[in-house]
Design a protein around this ligand. Structure first.
Ligand code: SF4
Length: 374
């Protein structure tokens, strides 16, 4: 059983989730609880927490004065989701994960194993005490734990250093040897993934929380650099060509995509500025999603040409592969007749949306027809 201070330090833990649910069963009960003026301090602490993440500072950990401290983290998540800026979510994930990594360094080996099992269902085992390990070959003596490779692969592919690659690890019968600090890094990395992947349906917020959201929103626009790549927004998805829109919808609705479609979709999304994590999020609902493999594939597609990534296939290739719905006759968009590549479609449609152009008659006057479907 974790102490109250451990519950506060590890918001992803089963104990923290249970403690939080006892006070507020869901997001609506939490927002109504926050309407009570007596609970304003929770909003204040949550606001500090988000601001610290935005300033890339250490997430503050207050002295535990009462059980409601456990609600500070979920309240900070509500603030970030209400603002809806993907970069802010990434900042929060980074700061929260760093804090967890630091706290875990001070915990016992047994606590780490218990937390990994109860929070993520990871199987880990101790490799013995230092004196027991002294009898092992020198190369593997330093490892405190072994963990199942399937669990290891949930997070390790996110780390770029070559030492995290499975081929560079000591592995036996499906167990990967790891040190205590590596287990802490994997656990904090998993927490980061959870924040990046989670989306909350935020209801109407109490006035005090809305004010906190507005204050942070104004900070976001000045503190998150304008030079960040274009991020994935509803406006951007509405500019997808029919081929990408169909693959994207199928994927987020949990349908498996054929290999050619997976490649085309991943390469396209990476090219328009989505992060590798966001692209993985699109593939995650698919029944055949395997985190380690998908990570590898997305990273491989993104890393081509010194980080520029693979070019998504052009219209001709998409048609040969049977994944152009306009060619098949399932849907039609007049712009498809004037492009030879889904990215050209996207650039033109983004421009049209930015200028509020809905009349498509200008294509025939200004553009050269490049393919015909009827
Ligand atoms: S014509 Fe090109 S852009 Fe249009 S749906 Fe087919 S592949 Fe996509």
């Amino acid at each position: 059983m974790a102490s109250m201070s451990q519950v506060i330090k590890y918001p992803f833990s089963r104990d923290a989730r249970e403690a939080s649910r006892k006070l507020a069963n869901d997001i609506r009960s939490l927002t109504s609880l926050l309407e009570d003026p007596g609970n304003e301090y929770i909003i204040e602490e949550a606001e500090y927490r988000v601001l610290a993440a935005l300033d890339q500072e250490e997430v503050p950990l207050k002295n535990i004065s009462d059980q409601k401290e456990v609600l500070v983290y979920p309240t900070s998540r509500i603030i970030v989701e209400k603002i809806g800026a993907p970069r802010l979510r990434e900042y929060q994930a980074e700061a929260e994960s760093k804090a967890v990594n630091k706290h875990l360094a001070g915990e016992s080996n047994e606590f780490l194993m218990g937390l990994a099992e109860s929070s993520f269902e990871w199987k880990t085992e101790s490799t013995g005490t230092i004196s027991e390990r002294a009898r092992l070959p020198a190369a593997i003596r330093r490892f405190d734990f072994r963990m199942r490779y399937e669990d290891y692969l949930e997070v390790a592919p996110d780390f770029h250093a070559s030492e995290w690659k499975l081929v560079n690890r000591a592995i036996s019968s499906g167990w990967v040897l790891i040190t205590k600090s590596e287990l802490a890094r994997l656990m904090s990395g998993k927490f980061k993934q959870i924040i990046i992947d989670s989306r909350l349906e935020v209801p109407t917020l109490p006035a005090r929380l809305t004010e906190a959201v507005q204050r942070i929103e104004s900070e976001v626009s000045t503190k998150i650099k304008k030079t960040e790549p274009i991020k994935f927004t509803t406006k951007v998805t509405s500019a997808f060509p029919p081929c990408i829109a169909q693959m994207h919808n199928d994927s987020i609705q949990g349908k498996n995509l054929p290999h050619e479609a997976r490649f085309a979709l991943a390469a396209f999304l990476l090219r328009i500025g989505m992060s590798e994590e966001e692209v993985l999020g699109v593939f995650r609902p698919a029944p055949d999603f395997a985190r380690g493999l998908a990570d590898y594939q997305v990273r491989h597609i993104a890393s081509k040409e010194g980080g520029q990534g693979y070019n998504p296939p052009g219209c001709r290739k998409m048609q040969i592969n049977g994944i152009c719905p306009v060619e098949i006759g399932e849907v039609f968009d007049p712009l498809c007749e004037y492009v030879l590549h889904p990215l050209n479609f996207y650039e033109t449609r983004v421009w049209e949306i930015s200028k509020n152009i809905v009349n498509r008659s200008w294509y025939a006057a200004k553009k050269k027809r490049r393919q015909k479907f009827r």
